[in-house]
Design a protein around this ligand. Structure first.
Ligand SMILES: Cc1ncc(COP(=O)(O)O)c(C=O)c1O
Length: 388
């Protein structure tokens, strides 16, 4: 090693190891309950797992077609029609990606010139900031303000500059659990139309809405031809490790994303693409049960966190609940999360890592509720010990 500047390019220097890697490693090292990273601790539906095994046995193990296997692209188009009344052409308006993560990266790399602006809301999912930086673009954030995560429409309009190319929206929203209302989406859509922006929407929690409804931005007036809609089989089928995601939108935009995507991974997850196609075709009962199960877990964790002394902020969807730690006499969420495994054997994530305005995020901590009820109960028992 020399004492030269770090090898990492300057635009990536603010991004070290992700907080999820740090906290999950801490969970393993301290044998703690991991309510940090958002992955379920039970498998998804057996018929979907069986379809993956069958696909491997049937020899679907080589590179799949670049845009994704036709069965999955058709299943995605059917899903969009069935749930939202959206008509898309599976051949030209759907692209299968290595999780939503690759779709987000490829979309931003495809759409942003260096120096362009991307507007998004804070707190934001951590890959957004990194991918905006990779594209050489600049993030302009508008804050979702506690306690109800409302945003100021004027602030949003002011965040849009002549260099703004993309508005990046996540609803249902990680980490807050906010589900954007129709009124808010209409406001956002109008700004996209007025300022000729492309909307990139991250809808990975589309089936995990507990209050309100998921309204794809692309269904609002003027948005079909300017929206890329991203989702993933990870959350909907509880197979987060398979990394089968997709992006839908007008052919011209999807083609742009595909041009980049083909040089990132080219393709991925051939047998799992077959399995997720089977999953998307499950009857509505599956999706309703998934939702009911997570809602129950959210309610259970919410009650437990409140009983442990935290102020629990509203969460209308996703895997997550955010708490304010100040009622426990704490104020620094990062320090709190780093000490929590040692103090009581539970891992959580400090929301400050999702904020540019670090002061706003400092006292907030995110817990994942997508765990077995006995795990949630044990975590709550441990957390209750903190107040003693
Ligand atoms: C908001 C959001 N977008 C994208 C992803 C990543 O999705 P995938 O695992 O399909 O890449 C996650 C995963 O936690 C997420 O919370």
């Amino acid at each position: 090693m020399t004492d030269r500047a770090p090898q990492l390019v300057s635009r990536m220097r603010e991004f070290g190891e992700t907080i999820f890697a740090e906290m999950s490693a801490l969970a393993v090292a301290t044998a703690s309950i991991n309510l940090g990273q958002g992955f379920p601790d039970t498998d998804g539906p057996a018929e979907v797992a069986d379809a993956a095994v069958a696909a491997i046995r049937a020899g679907h193990n080589q590179y799949p077609p670049g845009p994704g296997i036709p069965e999955l692209r058709i299943a995605i188009a059917d899903h969009q029609r069935h749930w939202y009344g959206i008509e898309i052409d599976p051949d030209t308006e759907v692209l299968v990606t290595a999780g939503a993560t690759e779709a987000i990266a490829a979309a931003l790399l495809a759409l942003c010139e260096p120096g362009d602006d991307v507007v998004t809301f804070e707190p934001y999912y951590d890959s957004y900031a990194a991918c905006i930086a990779l594209a050489g673009a600049r993030r302009r954030v508008v804050q979702l303000r506690t306690p109800d995560y409302a945003f100021d429409p004027d602030e949003l309009e002011r965040a849009i500059t002549p260099r703004t190319r993309v508005l990046l929206l996540n609803s249902p929203h990680n980490p807050t659990g906010k589900v954007f209302s129709r009124g808010e989406l209409e406001m956002i859509a109008q700004l996209c139309v007025d300022h000729d922006l492309v909307a990139v929407t991250d809808d990975v929690y589309e089936h995990l809405v507990f209050e309100g409804e998921h309204i794809p931005l692309s269904t609002l007036p003027g948005m079909r031809d300017r929206t890329l809609t991203i989702s993933s089989g990870g959350k909907t089928f509880s197979f987060t490790g398979w990394k089968v995601g997709w992006v839908c939108g007008p052919a011209e935009l999807v083609t742009a994303v595909r041009t980049v995507k083909q040089f990132l991974t080219y393709v991925n997850a051939a047998p799992f693409q077959h399995a997720i196609a089977v999953g998307l075709g499950l009857d509505d009962g599956y999706f309703h049960r998934l939702n009911a199960d997570l809602r129950e877990k959210r309610d259970r964790l919410r009650g437990g966190l409140a009983a442990a002394g935290f102020t629990v902020l509203p969460s209308a969807g996703t895997y997550f609940l955010t708490v304010d730690i100040r009622p426990l006499g704490e104020r620094d969420g990062l320090a709190f999360c780093r000490s929590l495994p040692e103090r009581c054997g539970v891992v959580a994530v400090p929301n400050v890592v999702f904020y540019d305005d670090r002061e706003a995020g400092l006292p907030l901590v995110r817990f994942a509720c997508c765990k077995r009820v006995e795990v949630i109960d044990e975590a709550v028992t441990r957390l209750k010990g903190l107040a003693r």
